[in-house]
Design a protein around this ligand. Structure first.
Ligand SMILES: Cc1cc2nc3c(=O)[nH]c(=O)nc-3n(C[C@H](O)[C@H](O)[C@H](O)COP(=O)(O)O)c2cc1C
Length: 399
């Protein structure tokens, strides 16, 4: 049975929630599920914006059929070829031989890569500035290359003043019956997952996001329709403001993320003591054990806060493996402008601070405090080293 929601008079959400996915894109756990959004415009011509993930194909096709109410599907606008939105294209086009695919030239090539030959005759390639009139509605295509794939298009409906944003403004988390961000307490219940979605999936492409935000600033936008998460029809400045900060790599909050790795507890002990000394000085702290918390959460926290403390044992002459993994992730996402401090540990030749700094070199982070070196465990007098680190960090956080 169909499960759809009206966005407005002419647009209908025909997507689906997924709650059985263990790992989104094979990397990100999604304990609260994820939605795969697709939108149907019913006008003189009918237009579907993107398809959905293979896991929700049956519900999606049922929703589209219901939304069309027996009418032909004139256009499928493919804004993004990533399979969580494009996997159902083949099934959809098999059911609708009348449909023309509207997409960028890069998406046309990917269509052939994913689905083989046979679609060329059904594709109409559009580029930035091209329009499609469907009757009452005029659609403008806005190129959004590398937000976060090269073929991405966004679509601006100048009639209803809404922007279909592809993966931008998405969030992890199923919709659970809500469609609009103003139907939930987004700030309290979804912002963390929106940040984790943005920073991990789009975060590397801050420059490209800034370019799209500049284009968006020139449009009168009343609604944002992303491919995951909620439709924004109120307080658009809130989410646009977050995207502006995140894409400029500006922290949302002054404070310290402490990410530590520890085999036997010595490094963890030092990290806990440092957290106490920081709190005593009124500094906001968030702590993560890199062996327990997936890197995606720690990366998102590092985007949120201004300072990062990294604490890890030396491991076979290098850095303990779960910390090494986190540092690769931070570097891969190009997070700029954080200030860092390091706690290293080793039972015979502690070198993990140097190892961590080397891994983070491409980010050019400034160092905010003297490194603390443990030899197996904190020894008498080393509490003072941690106090000094906390004082230096507190000064830098409050600067
Ligand atoms: C597999 C393995 C490799 C290690 N390699 C080194 C090393 O190369 N240099 C060193 O000084 N300590 C090395 N250590 C020792 C740990 O770094 C040291 O015991 C440290 O104090 C552990 O900190 P923790 O109590 O936070 O787990 C190694 C330990 C293990 C288990």
């Amino acid at each position: 049975m169909f499960c759809t929601r009206k966005v407005n008079d002419d647009y209908t959400w025909v997507g689906a929630d997924g709650r059985r996915l263990a790992m989104f894109e094979g990397v990100y756990d999604v304990p609260r599920g994820i939605s795969f959004n697709s939108y149907l415009l019913m006008d003189g011509k009918t237009v579907l914006f993107d398809t959905a993930d293979v896991s929700v194909c049956r519900s999606f096709l049922e929703n589209v059929a219901h939304g069309l109410g027996g009418r032909a599907l004139d256009y499928l606008v493919v804004q993004h070829m990533e399979p969580d939105h494009a996997a159902d294209i083949r099934d959809l086009l098999a059911r609708h031989p009348e449909t023309t695919v509207v997409c960028s030239a890069a998406a046309r090539n990917m269509l052939a890569q994913f689905f083989g030959p046979g679609y060329e005759g059904r594709v109409s390639v559009v580029k930035e500035g091209d329009t499609l009139c469907t009757g009452r509605h005029t659609l403008h295509f806005v190129a959004a290359p590398m937000v976060h794939w090269p073929e991405v298009l966004m679509t601006y409906d100048e009639t209803d003043k809404l922007l279909l944003t592809a993966d931008a403004f998405g969030t992890f988390g199923a919709l659970n019956g809500a469609l609009f961000a103003d139907e939930v307490n987004f700030h309290r219940d979804y912002l963390d997952e929106a940040r984790r979605y943005y920073t991990n999936i789009v975060g590397k492409y801050g420059t490209q996001v800034q370019a799209v935000l500049k284009k968006a600033a020139g449009l009168d936008i009343q609604m944002l329709l992303p491919l995951h998460g909620f439709v924004w029809r109120q307080d658009l400045g809130y989410i646009l403001g977050k995207y502006d900060l995140w894409s400029r790599y500006e922290p949302e909050q002054r404070g310290v993320v402490i990410a530590y790795a520890s085999v036997y507890g010595g490094t963890e002990n030092a990290a806990n003591i440092l957290a106490c000394r920081l709190r005593e000085q009124g500094v906001q702290v968030e702590m993560f054990d890199t062996s327990v918390t997936p890197a995606s959460y720690i990366l998102a926290a590092a985007f949120r806060f201004s300072h990062v403390v990294l604490a890890a044992p030396t491991y076979n002459g290098g850095v303990f493996v779960t910390m090494e993994n986190l540092l690769h992730d931070l570097t891969a996402h190009g997070l700029k402008g954080r200030r860092a401090a390091y706690i290293e540990n080793g039972s015979w030749a502690p070198t993990s601070a140097r190892g961590m700094q080397k891994l983070l070199e491409p980010l050019n982070w400034e160092t905010a405090a003297d490194t603390v070196t443990l030899r197996s465990a904190l020894r008498q007098g080393q509490q003072e080293d941690l106090e000094r680190m906390a004082a230096q960090l507190a000064e830098s956080v409050k600067a």
